[in-house]
Design a protein around this ligand. Structure first.
Ligand code: 5GP
Length: 178
């Protein structure tokens, strides 16, 4: 694939995902956990995480969007919802692809908290800590990234590149002036 610098390759991602799955199992043991995958970006991460999770897991899906191109629109849209009966009184883990400003996570946190789960934690693959404007932190995080627009392993640039098995950044191409 052209002009992509790899930040985390498949091996590194797999190793980290296994560690996170183990940490989650150490926390919940045999208690049932509802894992909420946020579409579309977290889908690869959620599948790999749950394939490595040894406990009793349920899966739910939420669809949220806030980005167009490489810019956040600041407005969070919820396009797929969850019913309260699937959350109330249960241990819940939100699985995110990347936490940037924190607006999406704060929105999701409030949306799920209102359904009164027994416990609620957040597990993100990537954490762009440096960009945070909302005071919210994931409990579990795969990798911390700098202020870069990353793609691959579920993450897109205008719906492209999600199928890359690694996480990378698009390199800037020099414009040739004639
Ligand atoms: P936040 O609300 O924290 O600013 O943004 C979170 C959402 O923005 C993520 O779930 C993801 O969809 C998108 N996002 C933030 N940073 C990046 C990035 O570097 N690459 C991609 N592809 N999406 C990003």
């Amino acid at each position: 694939m052209e002009n992509i610098e790899i930040l985390f390759d498949e091996v590194k991602i797999n190793e980290r995902v296994k560690v996170l799955a183990k940490e989650l199992y150490e926390k919940y043991g045999e208690d049932e956990v509802v894992f909420i995958c946020t579409l579309k970006g977290a889908v690869f991460f959620a599948c790999d995480l749950l394939k490595n999770y040894k406990g009793d897991a349920r899966m739910e899906f939420l669809r949220v969007s806030s980005y167009h191109g490489t810019e956040t629109t600041g407005k969070i849209e919820l396009n797929l919802s969850i019913s309260k009966e699937n959350i109330q009184g249960k241990h819940v883990v939100i699985i995110e692809d990347i936490v940037d400003t924190g607006h999406t996570l704060a929105f999701l946190n409030e949306y799920i908290s209102d359904m009164q789960p027994a416990t609620l934690e957040i597990c993100t693959l990537l954490d762009k800590k440096i960009k945070r404007v909302v005071d919210i932190d994931p409990t579990y995080s795969g990798f911390v990234v700098d202020d870069l627009f990353v793609i691959g392993y579920g993450l897109d640039y205008d719906q492209k590149y999600r199928n890359l098995p690694y996480i990378g950044v698009l390199k800037k191409t020099k414009k040739i002036s004639k």
